[in-house]
Design a protein around this ligand. Structure first.
Ligand SMILES: Cc1ncc(COP(=O)(O)O)c(C=O)c1O
Length: 428
């Protein structure tokens, strides 16, 4: 009897609620590569959804994690103090924008968002949050309340958090307003709609926070114009609300700056971090200036595992590699290579747009059948990719920032070949 596949075994014991892009059976990772038990090598252009910015099993991260786990894996940051927790917070303060130099650690992006909702509500004494259509902030109930990338994420869950007000994200390809216009116009339009919301839906003095992904992640890898983020900054200051940048996906060099805030030159009041923060281990954080943290009352929020020693050691080692190897700067090169290699698809009628912000690159197709067909064809050629966008019509490229140039070029060429040979309208 042949051994059952992991997919077959999972079908008996794992909840089908978790959607799967693939059932590739991974045994281990080496840098930009995933290796199956049978020795098949697959190029990972997902970085585990933006979690492993320096690839898998980087020797410096492995050494840091092994050393830490052998010393202390848990005590709870609220029970006793330990070096990696403080050291990572100190290191974050060196790279975050403006005076955002005080940290609260959790375990995930969703938890960081929960913390940000609680913080802005308590600190401002207000309740309402403005969010942007297409934003993804997590799956917990609070985070799902501010998430609008797909209505599927709310299906059957009933009433979520009240006082969430949704404004349009500047995404010209998804804008119902005709004639076709550029991102700048879309951004001005969105700012005008928010002013209307303040006149008609919710008074300005009730807005606790304005929460936005500075580049839309799950919603389609779309960057807004700088003028739009500047407009939000001015608006938040004017009405006394706190501006929250969700940098869970954009952080740690991905956009060509440590954080998108620096890339766009707009400093928020609060940043949420996760994914690459832990360098492969679970870790989330909320970062804000001391003056804001001091108004968040002690013991009204907390976490058992948040900022655990091993995740912090992993995060610190990862941050040091990104810094010491100049990988923030390299993100621009990574993005340029992707766009160069995608060029043969420029005139493909199924392609609506190829776009990149640093190493956050994407190709938007006219339909989901094409994007799904393309990533299936790429996997047949040993390249792992995933989609994004409200209809999964976008393929996103999230390679490790230290990926070898040849590997990246060959991986994108394999994807292009898969697109060129995929039948038009292949089944999703
Ligand atoms: C921008 C953003 N915020 C929050 C989250 C939620 O993070 P987690 O899955 O760690 O809860 C994600 C996850 O994809 C994300 O991309």
């Amino acid at each position: 009897m042949s051994p059952r596949s992991l997919e077959e075994r999972a079908a008996r014991v794992l909840s089908p609620v978790l959607g799967h892009y693939t059932w590739l059976e991974v045994d281990h990772g080496e840098g930009s590569w995933l290796i199956t038990k049978s020795g098949r090598r697959v190029l990972d252009l997902t970085s585990g959804i933006a979690v492993t910015p320096i690839g898998h099993a980087h020797p410096k991260v492995v050494a840091a994690v092994q050393a830490q786990v052998a010393k202390l894996s848990h005590i709870c940051a609220g029970v006793a103090a330990y070096e990696p927790n403080i050291a990572l917070a100190e290191a974050l303060g060196e790279i975050t924008p403006g005076d955002l130099d005080m940290v609260f650690f959790g375990n995930s992006g969703g938890e960081a968002i929960e913390a940000s909702i609680k913080l802005v509500r308590q600190v401002t004494g207000r309740e309402s949050i403005i969010v942007f259509r297409g934003g993804f902030h997590g799956r917990t109930t609070g985070a799902a309340s501010v998430t609008t990338s797909k209505s599927l994420y709310r299906k059957g869950y009933g009433a979520l958090l009240p006082e969430v007000h949704v404004a349009p994200y500047p995404y010209p390809l998804d804008c119902p307003i005709t004639p076709a216009h550029d991102a700048e116009t879309c951004g001005q339009h969105s700012l005008a709609i928010i002013e209307q919301m303040l006149d008609h839906d919710v008074p300005a003095e009730q807005i606790a926070g304005i929460l936005i992904e500075p580049v839309l992640g799950e919603g389609g890898y779309v960057a807004p114009p700088v003028s739009f983020l500047q407009g939000l900054r001015a608006l938040a200051t004017r009405i006394g609300a706190l501006l929250i940048f969700d940098e869970v996906q954009t952080g740690f060099g991905r956009t060509g700056a440590w954080f998108a805030a620096q890339k766009f030159g707009v400093t928020p009041d609060v940043m949420t971090l996760a994914k690459a923060l832990g360098g492969g281990l679970p870790l989330g954080a909320l970062v804000a200036p001391r003056a804001i943290h001091e108004r968040w009352r002690t013991s009204t929020h907390g976490s058992t595992f948040g900022g655990n020693p091993v995740s912090c050691a992993s995060g610190l080692a990862t941050l040091e590699v990104i810094r010491d190897e100049g990988l923030v700067q390299r993100a621009e090169l990574v993005g340029r290579i992707i766009v160069e290699e995608l060029a043969p698809l420029n005139r493909d009628p199924r392609v609506r747009e190829i776009r990149t912000t640093g190493a956050m690159a994407a190709i938007e197709f006219t339909d989901k059948a094409t994007s799904k067909g393309a990533i299936a064809g790429a996997l047949d050629r040993d390249v792992l990719l995933i989609t994004c966008g409200s209809h999964d019509q976008v393929v996103r490229f999230i390679p490790p920032l230290n990926i070898a140039e040849d590997d990246l070029r060959n991986g994108i060429r394999a994807f292009v070949e898969a697109c060129q040979t995929a039948p038009v309208g292949a089944p999703a």
